[in-house]
Design a protein around this ligand. Structure first.
Ligand code: SF4
Length: 303
């Protein structure tokens, strides 16, 4: 699928949010609530810090390399060129997010070198499923948003959007995680439908393809949504938001243990693991768009 000239949209704060909007929701936070209401509370209400994991950092790095790769002229988007981007992009990320440096003990060059090699290996997986010399993405790491049900702003970052000459849209999401596929596939598809809904509501076009690229396994998973399905999905998102509002009003966020607990940073505070959640935070002055003013999880951070 070829596309229009490359553009990278990064609209910051939602400057033109209609006055009817009362809240905002990103696919990551919505998926948190679906996965485990207590996880949603820890992340979105308590805002407990989470130390980045090596796996998340690798995901962020690989996403950064793939984003920059498309800055190169088409003919130069080779595996070697991608490999050459790995170390400079890691240096840039560490400068922007100094906490990443703490993932490796000072002076532990072998561990860092192995980490960079593992990112390069994921990029090999990318080249096994796509030839970027034949692609011209329309958008990369693009922040998109739409208002649904008059009151809810939904927003998030696309990894990549391809637009065919006939206007057909393809949403592409890179998956770099090593977690079992079955544990995360439903969450990944939920996120892609979220983006599809935003694009449909803002551009009037149902994306033809939602594509997951699993770099570790060098596999492609395509899904074709339709308008009826997105309409049902919109109702699901609105119902989810209302459930979040109700849980917030009642301060009732229950743990829902699953295989994903293995990747949860908050087991020590989770009753399912013998922990106790902190006191429910004192509600801040009403600012329903607080989330909308913060940056949603960047591409790759949710691996
Ligand atoms: S450990 Fe599991 S049940 Fe507990 S908060 Fe995390 S995801 Fe939820």
């Amino acid at each position: 699928m070829t596309a229009e000239p490359v553009t990278t949209q990064q609209p910051a704060a939602p400057a033109e949010v209609p006055p009817t909007v009362r809240a905002s929701l990103s696919p990551s936070r919505a998926a948190d609530f679906k996965t485990c209401p207590l996880l949603y509370r820890f992340r979105s209400i308590d805002r407990l810090p989470e130390r980045p994991t090596v796996e998340q950092a690798r995901g962020t790095l690989v996403h950064a390399v793939l984003e920059r790769l498309f800055d190169l002229p088409a003919g130069g988007r080779t595996p070697d060129a991608a490999g050459d981007l790995v170390a400079p992009q890691w240096d840039r990320l560490v400068t922007e997010q100094p906490e990443l440096a703490g993932l490796f003990a000072e002076g532990d060059e072998p561990a860092l070198a192995e980490f960079l090699r593992s990112a390069a290996a994921l990029l090999e997986g990318y080249f096994a499923v796509e030839d970027p010399r034949r692609l011209e993405p329309a958008e990369r790491e693009s922040l998109i948003s739409a208002v649904v049900d008059d009151e809810l702003l939904i927003r998030g970052y696309l990894d990549r959007l391809d637009v065919a000459p006939d206007g057909a849209l393809r949403v592409v999401d890179y998956k770099t995680g090593g977690a079992p596929r079955e544990a995360f596939e439903a969450r990944a598809l939920f996120q892609l439908k979220f983006y599809a809904l935003v694009l449909w509501r803002t551009r009037g076009v149902v994306p033809r393809v939602l594509r997951l690229l699993y770099l570790k396994d060098a596999e492609v998973c395509d899904y074709a949504p339709d308008a009826d399905e997105l309409l049902r999905f919109e109702r699901t998102v609105v119902a989810l938001w209302r459930a979040i509002e109700q849980a917030t009003a009642q301060r009732d966020f229950r743990p829902r243990p699953s295989r994903l607990c293995d990747w949860c940073s908050h087991q020590a505070r989770c009753p399912s693991f013998g922990g106790t959640p902190p006191p429910f935070p004192v509600p801040e002055p009403a600012d329903p768009l607080r989330d909308a003013r913060s940056r949603p999880a960047p591409p790759g951070a949710d691996e």
